[in-house]
Design a binder for this molecule. Sequence first.
Ligand code: HEM
Length: 73
Amino acid sequence: MQDGGTSPSIAAQALTARGYTLPSLVQSLRTGVTPNGDVFGGSMAEVVHGSTKFLLTDHLEDMATYLLDLNAL
Ligand code: HEM
């Protein structure tokens, strides 16, 4: 990472294990707040505040559906 931070796995299994569901992942991409009440740090905070918070719910749901699809790839 440019800022020296680390980025956790966002594989479907890893996201599910960290408590993400379709609605909570949509909520996190919109607000930057994770299901356990933490906030995205580093460059992911910029991604939310400069990009994903502006997306339509339909689009966020499509992204979350893809990210949580255990059969993807
Ligand atoms: C639309 C594109 C993106 C999506 C859908 C996405 C999705 C996610 C998700 C779901 C997480 C949460 C993982 C977790 O903590 O449980 C995450 C974390 C993270 N992402 Fe992204 N990401 C995107 C773009 C990016 C980009 C472009 C960068 C870097 C330039 C980035 C850097 C990070 C970092 C550093 C974290 C860890 C944040 C933290 O631990 O506080 N992401 N991302």
